[in-house]
Design a protein around this ligand. Structure first.
Ligand code: ADP
Ligand code: MG
Length: 413
């Protein structure tokens, strides 16, 4: 994908925005972008630089993401709403084309990493509660204040607030920054005036000097150790990846959400709104507590992935009300007129609390209480699902279970 219209190849020490940001190490990538840890020479802080692929459709998507991120940032001046903030954005010309770049506040590992480091055993319920509170705070802000649907909530898109300093000694620019805006090369680029030119020359000389001093010493940025041990860390997290988010009154796509976190109304194409994020939230909370996905559908002999997904939902949550089952654009393909699945006839009925007890060995009380929190959010009827604001009032979130030994001996948070 490193070709015309694709990703921009970055090396450690590359500079962006006329030398303001220096690439330190790669943080991650998605379908549309690569994300780099960068040092902001203007504020002496670390940021995450999301560099979009350059083909027109990706530029379009980035323009939309920047619009959403700007609204999120402008309406949360105290940065307390648990959604990632946009620091700046700019255009960067490279061999593969012109890339829109988003400068985001730097965050830590995703909670998917957290589950992995914990060997998919699930986190203790007190930690799950803390993470749930952050996600719900973020969702309540997006939904109620901004009217934004995230549409891709999942563990991968929840990042911990970094408690680790990425590297005390940032890597300086390896090469003098090139002027990234050839005059008049794009709208708004404009001519570079004389003062700006002089300032840039001076900055270039300074950076070149530092680079010369450090030549040979620069390798890879030191790796950040995963925050493996959570006991005693009073952490919080934030919702990221607004690349698929939309304004509630302007839904963009019909098929949204990552499969395992997809709500029934999306599977059946019955139209959607904020409650789709609540469904994904419940699936995410379950995964945090158990280490396993709540629904992992697969196609089988004679039935599709969608049908397996609907069957798994009904096995765990009970029969879908007929009104909901037959009300979607794809209902006729999957359900008969009685509201039973056409091609998967025998369902193995269970419940969330039974699953927690039998498969995940939860103590009965923990299982019952956690299931009481999750079940209403997993209502097949989107209109009956509680809102993020209502979930935040749920007594389960303010409970504190028995403390672990490690927490007792290390009483932080
Ligand atoms: P895409 O829209 O291409 O999927 P994402 O916004 O999901 O891109 O970012 C891709 C990856 O980059 C994430 O999964 C995460 O690992 C990393 N990442 C994104 N934003 C940040 C950030 N603000 N701080 C740290 N890492 C980030
Ligand atoms: Mg992503």
């Amino acid at each position: 994908s490193y070709r015309k219209g694709g990703y921009h190849a970055v090396r450690v020490g590359d500079s962006f925005a006329s030398g303001r940001f220096i690439a330190q190490r790669k943080l991650g990538w998605g379908q549309f972008s690569t994300v780099w840890l960068a040092y902001d020479t203007q504020t002496s802080k670390y940021v995450a630089l999301k560099i979009q692929k350059s083909a027109p459709e990706f530029v379009q998507a980035a323009v939309h993401e920047i619009e959403i991120l700007s609204a999120i940032t402008e309406n949360d001046p105290k940065n307390e709403k648990c959604v990632v903030q946009l620091v700046d954005h700019f255009k960067h010309r490279g061999p593969n084309g012109q890339h829109l770049c988003m400068v985001l506040e730097f965050l830590g590992d995703s909670i998917l990493h957290l589950i992995r480091y914990n060997r998919y055993k699930g986190l203790c319920l007190n930690k799950v509660r803390e993470i749930c509170k952050c996600i719900l705070t973020g969702l309540d802000y997006l939904h109620r204040e901004l009217r934004i649907i995230h549409t891709d909530l999942k563990p991968e898109n929840i990042l911990l607030m970094s408690t680790v300093n990425p590297s005390k000694d940032p890597i300086k620019s390896k090469t003098p920054p090139i002027l990234e805006r050839p005059e008049g090369s794009f709208p708004g680029g404009g001519a570079v005036n004389v003062i700006e030119k002089k300032l840039k020359q001076r900055a270039r000389r300074a950076v070149a000097k530092i680079a010369a001093e450090r030549r040979g010493m620069i390798g890879c940025a030191p790796e950040v150790k995963p925050e493996r041990c959570l006991d005693g860390i009073d952490f919080s997290c934030k919702i990221v990846d607004l690349g698929n988010a939309c304004w509630a009154d302007k839904p963009i796509a019909e098929e949204i959400q990552t499969r395992q976190y997809r709500a029934p109304e999306v599977v059946l194409q019955s139209g959607y709104s904020f409650p789709v994020d609540m469904w994904s939230f419940a699936c995410t909370a379950f995964e945090l507590a158990t280490g396993e996905m709540m629904f992992a559908p697969k196609p089988g002999p004679g039935f599709s992935e969608d049908e397996d997904h609907l069957a798994l939902m009904m096995e765990l949550l009970g029969k879908m009300p007929k009104k909901i089952a037959i009300g979607g654009g794809l209902s006729k393909d999957y359900f008969d007129r009685h509201g039973d699945l056409k091609r998967i006839r025998r369902l193995k009925h269970s419940s969330v609390s039974r699953l927690l007890i039998d498969k995940f060995k939860f103590p009965e009380t923990d299982a019952r209480e956690f299931a009481e929190f999750l079940n209403p959010i997993l209502d097949f009827d989107p209109e009956k699902r509680p809102t993020a604001q209502q979930c935040l009032q749920h007594p389960w979130l303010s409970q504190t279970g028995p403390k672990t030994v490690a927490e007792k001996s290390n009483p932080v948070g």
